[in-house]
Design a protein around this ligand. Structure first.
Ligand SMILES: NC(=O)c1ccc[n+]([C@@H]2O[C@H](COP(=O)([O-])OP(=O)(O)OC[C@H]3O[C@@H](n4cnc5c(N)ncnc54)[C@H](OP(=O)(O)O)[C@@H]3O)[C@@H](O)[C@H]2O)c1
Length: 249
């Protein structure tokens, strides 16, 4: 029998349960924006920040993004090439991570490159709002469509399913702000990797790492502590963990 590869990745499961360890990776400007107001600016981090993204992917069993991020950035959620696939092997992980796209209404553009490039398994998370025609189309474009709720995605159910069916122990979420917000709200983010880039984008409508309604009062904000900080060039690489349950009430 083939030996199971030894996993060298630290903290491979959530501290709280058998659900996957969920970590979010985002870059933001010094004024807290993750894109420009018109969404034309989709990336602003350095080459070091991009390497950081691939290094984090190389510790994850699955990488997930929201529909608008997938469309606008034309992301395919790949490994980043041979060097990072080798890193995955050293980390005791499969050659490629599972790729997950979230589209509750199923409105994601079927022409998005993720549906046509890359060989790693692709899952679409959606809800019953998607309806028959969209579901049928998404099924032809992906390896599996998981209907994870009637109107809203039930995240605990998704995490259980990913753990049981796909053996996901570390789930990396790469935004955007709407998807992150749902996970923060549910108190399901175990770790946040944040690159602060020395730019000011401005713009009232420019998104941040956590969109949606957000907390209306300070007591409902979730509290985090910085557990690691490094500076490379002009960028600050932070790792934060929730001090309590990480959720926004
Ligand atoms: N700087 C960075 O590190 C970074 C990283 C990622 C993205 N971005 C930027 O962020 C922007 C996109 O962010 P965004 O907040 O507008 O969009 P997003 O979170 O990428 O996508 C939003 C869409 O994803 C689906 N979705 C997300 N959460 C859902 C949930 N809980 N339940 C059901 N469906 C859900 C919905 O799709 P349907 O409408 O199809 O239902 C929703 O309209 C882009 O400009 C991108 O470039 C920046």
């Amino acid at each position: 029998m083939k030996a199971t590869p030894k996993r060298n990745v630290r903290r491979t499961t959530s501290p709280r349960s058998a659900r996957p360890f969920v970590f979010v990776n985002m870059s933001m400007t010094a004024d807290g924006k993750i894109a420009s107001a018109n969404r034309a600016v989709v990336g602003f981090g350095s080459a070091r920040d991009l390497r950081h993204l691939y290094e984090l992917r190389a510790t994850a069993d699955a990488v997930m993004s929201g529909a608008r991020t997938i469309e606008l950035s034309r992301a395919t959620l790949g490994t980043g090439g041979a060097r990072f696939r080798a890193l995955r092997r050293r980390n005791g992980l499969a050659e490629c991570s599972l790729r997950i796209v979230v589209s509750g209404s199923g409105s994601i553009d079927p022409r998005a490159p993720i549906f046509h490039k890359g060989s790693a398994p692709l899952i679409v998370l959606t809800t019953q709002r998607a309806g028959g025609a969209r579901l049928a189309r998404l099924r032809t474009l992906s390896d599996e469509v998981f209907i994870a709720g009637r109107k809203a995605i039930q995240w605990p159910k998704v995490l259980r399913w990913l753990s049981e069916k796909w053996k996901v122990r570390r789930l990396l979420c790469e935004g955007g702000g709407e998807l992150n917000a749902a996970l923060f709200r549910a108190g399901l983010v175990d770790e946040l990797h944040l690159t602060v880039c020395p730019l000011i984008l401005g713009g009232r409508g420019a998104p941040s790492i956590a969109e949606g309604e957000g907390a209306q009062q300070l007591r409902n904000a979730s509290a985090w502590r910085v557990i690691r900080q490094r500076r490379h060039g002009g960028e600050l690489f932070l790792v934060l963990r929730p001090t309590r349950d990480g959720g926004i009430a």
